[in-house]
Design a protein around this ligand. Structure first.
Ligand code: CA
Length: 744
């Protein structure tokens, strides 16, 4: 028995070791990095190296060795879940028949570009190896746009299973299969029973949860099987899974409230079958997007998906004739059959048809699919010639309100009144046997969330941002808010008694907090260049407060609320309800809210609030100016509020570049009044509301008086701009168009 740890093993463990020795090699408990390295060096097939319980800081684990089939070399935890790898750490496997299990990566990030790599150095790959029951939890580089990857699979015949990956928030795909060397192609990897937990919106390309291949090797087969994984709120960007190689199988996975689609972006001959997509009507939830040759999409259950355009429930794209490898190969030979599409909004056929993407699908069949919207809404949109798709025996719930291009009734599309019934697996099926053979089979297996990941690490609950902690009541005075915030726990509510509050320090918010007062009875002034600073992990909800800039310093560029001056890896939320903000005017360019570059708000919401006498912008969301498709806020909602004498813009939102990987920014301004907004000489936007590159705009029921115009610059994609029932008094009409029409 080798014991590089140099201590006596506990008696119980000795007994295990002796027993194990006869069967399958030694078990070696190690307690520090040096002992670990010695153990790896001398490990033989069948040996198990055990990391002692505790926190291992700054541990770059290189696990090399040559096990044998049935006699792998194993690296595991003394107790699963009690070995924490933290700080600047990572894991590399190189060799063959290696198994890693039971580790938790938390409270740190990788100093390299990968947390877990199936290779040591370039050319030194892992084969026939497995990572199982391992957790990576919020192991993010604190610099949001410092790109890294959590898992990179190289080599062949590797397995990644029963792992728990949660909270990837910086740039870079969560997990990728690489085909960039000959001995990583045709790899036959298995990726199964993993829990892919919530991944927040990144606000840029590079937020995929799983990518297989890259465009360079996309006409090569990967033969990777992705089965029985649970994708829970994987919202990083438009592609949840980006398939960029051939011969892969995506089977039996569940996509729960995930914004985006499983996209067969590049590569031929992939199979997508027996998957369950449950959108629960969450915005931008999508299904499957088909591009390239010989794709099979079969027996998938898609319900409650709201996504549109390339993010629909089912999207079949147009291709580019003789496409370059990085564009769109024509859909040829697709088989799309026995899918159930229920209570979903969009099926898009020949999508993306334009001058470049002019090749519609050919040699394809679309048959025995069930389409059922309980309210009878039609959901098909065709963008080009569909004569290359053979439609057969699809059944559509009798439609009273057809979509843009309802298919003609006939043998290809049978319209009928269909009653659905829930089967034992929780899925809806036609009650009548008349429709047997249409849609998914009644006994389709539905993967349970508990069957994925590990049992010993909790899976996250629903998204609740505010109000789940305690309520603390405080009275007026100097720095009483600062003191209360410093002591508050995540989710707490601080309740202000009536009176005057003065803050002499910037109140730093590093966890979700709500601050509440009876309407108009608590006024807050502040003496620093900002009242609140939201830093990483923070979110803020204000309700009923009166904020005044009267005591702010006489310098330019103050703000009432700002973010950390540095990158924040966690997206935040800022909500104002029934708040009055006044006299941000001690000097010029005093903004209400000014976040920093490389910070990202999931939501900025202002409702029932009043703003007056402000020398800067109310919302200055224009920090990402490199035109890389990056922006500062996903959803901006302003309702039922009044803005009066604002020298800058009410909102200045900028998203530049032609990248199409995001759904946002979304902007809503409704039932609000703007009086003299945007007229300050320093307002470079010459707008009261300036939206550059927003994807989804709703401006409804507002009154603008004596204000600069609304300027909306459309850049890329298919932005939806809805402007309706607005009144413009002494205010130019909105200017909407490309940059040549609206100014940059
Ligand atoms: Ca992408």
């Amino acid at each position: 028995m080798r014991n590089p740890f140099g201590k006596f093993l506990p008696l119980a463990l000795v007994a295990i070791v002796l027993a194990a020795n006869q069967a399958r090699g030694a078990e070696i408990l190690v307690g520090n990095q040096q002992a670990y390295r010695a153990a790896v060096e001398s490990a033989e097939p069948g040996d198990t190296i055990i990391l002692a319980n505790g926190v291992w800081r700054d541990f770059e684990i290189l696990f090399t060795g040559h096990g044998r089939a049935g006699e792998p070399i194993t690296l595991t935890a003394e107790t699963r879940g009690e070995v924490i790898i933290s700080g600047r750490s990572n894991l590399r496997l190189a060799g063959e028949h290696l198994v890693v299990s039971g580790l938790v990566f938390r409270d740190g990030y990788t100093p390299t570009n990968t947390v877990i790599a199936f290779r040591g150095t370039r050319g030194d790959l892992a084969h026939h190896s497995r990572v199982t029951e391992t957790v990576i939890d919020h192991f993010n580089n604190p610099e949001r746009f410092e790109t890294d990857f959590w898992v990179m699979m190289y080599g062949r015949h590797n397995r990644f299973d029963h792992n728990h990956l949660e909270g990837k928030s910086n740039a870079g795909v969560t997990m990728a299969v690489r085909l960039d060397s000959e001995d990583s192609r045709r790899n036959h990897h298995r990726i199964d029973h993993n829990y892919f937990g919530p991944r927040p919106v990144l606000g840029s390309n590079g937020g995929e949860t799983l990518r297989i291949g890259t465009s360079t090797w996309s006409r090569t087969n990967s033969f990777t099987v992705v089965e029985n994984n649970y994708f829970d709120r994987c919202n990083g960007e438009v592609e949840i899974i980006s398939g960029k190689s051939g011969g892969n199988v995506f089977r039996g996975n569940v996509f729960h409230e995930s914004q985006g689609t499983l996209t067969l972006r590049h590569g031929h001959g992939n199979t997508v079958e027996n998957n369950v997509f449950l959108g629960n009507r969450v915005s931008h939830t999508g299904g499957i997007r088909v591009i390239n040759r010989d794709q099979v999409v079969r027996n998938n259950y898609l319900r409650g998906l709201t996504g549109h355009r390339f993010g629909g429930a089912l999207v079949v794209m147009n291709g580019v004739p003789n496409s370059p490898i990085n564009r769109y190969d024509q859909v040829d030979g697709a088989i799309i059959e026995n899918n159930s599409i229920i209570d979903s909004d969009h099926i898009e056929l020949a999508a993306g048809s334009d001058e470049e993407r002019s090749a519609p699908p050919i040699n394809s069949v679309f048959r025995s699919n069930l389409v059922h919207n309980s309210d009878g809404r039609g959901i098909f949109t065709a963008y080009d010639d569909l004569s290359g798709i053979d439609f057969q025996a699809n059944v559509i719930h009798e439609s009273t309100a057809p979509g843009a291009n309802p298919p003609e009734p006939g043998d290809a599309f049978v319209y009928s009144s269909i009653r659905l019934r829930q089967s034992a697996n929780g899925l809806l099926h036609p009650a009548s046997e008349e429709f047997n053979g249409i849609g998914v089979p009644r006994d389709l297996a539905v993967l349970k969330r508990e069957a994925t990941g590990v049992s010993w690490y909790p899976k996250p609950g629903p998204d609740v941002r505010f109000g789940f902690g305690q309520t603390r009541e405080i009275g007026p005075g100097l720095d009483s808010i600062f003191d209360a915030v410093a002591e508050a726990g995540a989710g707490d509510t601080i309740s202000l008694l009536p009176g005057e509050y003065l803050e002499s320090k910037i109140v730093v918010v590093d966890r979700p907090l709500a601050i509440h007062a009876p309407t108009g009875e608590a006024t807050i002034e502040f003496e620093r260049t900002a009242l609140f600073e939201i830093v990483d992990g923070g979110s803020l909800r204000l309700e009923g407060l009166e904020l005044s800039g009267m005591s702010a310093p006489d310098v330019a560029g103050n703000s009432a609320i700002r973010t950390s001056r540095y990158s924040m890896v966690s997206p935040y939320v800022l909500e104002l309800e029934n708040v009055t903000v006044s006299d941000l005017n001690s000097n010029h360019s005093f903004d209400f809210f000014s976040p920093a570059k490389h910070t990202f708000a999931n939501l900025v919401r202002i409702t029932n609030s009043r703003f007056r006498n402000i020398t800067g912008d109310v919302l200055a969301l224009e920090l990402e100016t490199e035109d890389l498709g990056i922006y500062n806020a996903e959803t901006i909602t302003i309702r039922n509020s009044i803005f009066e004498n604002i020298e800058g813009a009410l909102a200045n939102v900028y998203r530049g570049g032609t990248d199409e990987s995001t759904f946002g920014p979304h902007f809503e301004l409704s039932a609000s009044t703007l009086l003299s907004v945007g007229n300050g000489s320093r307002n470079a936007t010459n707008a009261s509301v300036r939206l550059h590159g927003a994807q989804d705009v709703e401006i409804i029921d507002n009154t603008l008086s004596g204000s600069e115009p609304i300027r909306i610059t459309t850049i890329v994609g298919d932005p939806v701009n809805t402007l309706d029932r607005n009144r413009f008094e002494n205010t130019p009409l909105p200017i909407i168009g490309d940059a040549s029409e609206t100014g940059p």
